[in-house]
Design a protein around this ligand. Structure first.
Ligand SMILES: NC(=O)c1ccc[n+]([C@@H]2O[C@H](COP(=O)([O-])OP(=O)(O)OC[C@H]3O[C@@H](n4cnc5c(N)ncnc54)[C@H](OP(=O)(O)O)[C@@H]3O)[C@@H](O)[C@H]2O)c1
Length: 290
């Protein structure tokens, strides 16, 4: 298949040689129900990953705790040996219990193990970007020191196992404190059309050139629902999910998208957003949704 160019333009992650298209892909939906165990349809999961990369996606978000291990193993099976420009971004800081619960795994030993397992399951010698995922509260950013786990992760970077460090589920105070310890390449927090608590932070990071990677761009486990979104989508002959992604792309140039899907049809729909421009009047309506 021919590569699409310009998947909503590229972004160079600050302090790195990593340039990625702004339209990426989040692999979490490829694991089984509740992000636990294998997918119902392995062949489709592999096909989704290959289609994404063949279409020009060069930024894939993953973690070894998805499954656990499942999405990384699928990525390796589908895409290894990787194209030179493919940036795989992973997360550490959590692990799963035997029932699929999410547990903090913040000790230096656990973080080292997590980096080693990501490397092994992805088939890599070094990880491009590793996000430290705060688990002080599993659902939302919560103040508290991240100094110890971040120092441990910085040591793994020093050892050459990690190229760049990012943060996830964090507050502005934690980001500022982290920048005293190590450069921060990107921040991955929840943000979408209806959940905009991070608006100020997003603008601050844009001013510093730091990538902001919203998770749950489509609402995650609770898909976005809005009459305004539906109306705008109808007028633009797009789907509501496409409009929600286009709104994020137009919100700020430092936003990198990683919508998750286990469906080839949804993947194609999401990638097509690169060609969707929201007119000012529709943007204004969408800005008023939250
Ligand atoms: N740092 C963190 O704490 C954190 C937390 C959560 C997620 N993440 C990352 O962020 C990525 C994105 O988040 P997410 O996947 O949880 O949520 P999301 O992208 O907001 O939404 C995914 C949901 O939307 C559906 N969907 C996708 N495209 C669609 C379309 N075009 N039309 C209709 N439905 C569509 C998917 O179902 P189908 O599979 O049926 O398409 C899935 O149920 C994840 O893959 C993961 O890599 C990070």
């Amino acid at each position: 298949m021919l590569q699409q160019t310009n998947l909503a333009d590229s972004f160079t992650v600050p302090g790195t040689s990593l340039t990625v298209n702004r339209m990426g892909y989040g692999a979490m939906q490829l694991a089984g129900p509740e992000v636990f165990g294998p997918p119902r349809d392995v062949d489709t999961a592999i096909a989704v990953l290959r289609e994404a990369v063949e279409s020009g996606v060069n930024h894939i978000d993953t973690s070894d705790y998805y499954g656990p291990h499942v999405t990384n193993q699928l990525i390796k099976q589908a895409l290894h040996p990787y194209p030179n420009d493919l940036c795989l971004v992973t997360k550490v800081g959590a692990r799963r219990d035997e029932k699929g619960g999410w547990i903090a795994a913040f000790s230096a030993k656990e973080l080292t193990l997590a980096v080693e397992e990501n490397l092994r399951h992805l088939g890599l010698d070094v990880l491009d970007i590793v996000n430290l995922r705060s688990m002080l509260d599993v659902h939302q950013p919560k103040e508290g020191s991240l100094e110890a786990p971040l120092t441990a992760l910085a040591e793994l970077k020093h050892r050459g196992l990690v190229r760049h460090i990012g943060l996830s589920n964090v507050t502005p105070t934690q980001i500022a404190a982290a920048q005293e310890i190590t450069p921060i390449a990107c921040v991955q927090n929840i943000y979408n059309l209806t959940q905009r608590a991070d608006g100020g932070l997003l603008d601050q990071l844009a001013a510093q050139g730091i990538a902001y990677v919203p998770f749950f761009p489509l609402g995650g486990f609770t898909p976005l629902q809005s009459v305004v979104l539906d109306d705008v989508a109808r007028r633009l002959e797009a789907t509501p999910m496409q409009v929600a992604l286009a709104w994020l792309l137009q919100r700020s140039a430092n936003i990198l998208l990683i919508p998750g899907t286990s469906s080839l049809a949804h993947l194609k729909e999401n990638l097509a957003v690169a060609d969707l421009t929201l007119p000012p009047a529709e943007l204004l309506l969408l800005n008023g949704v939250a």
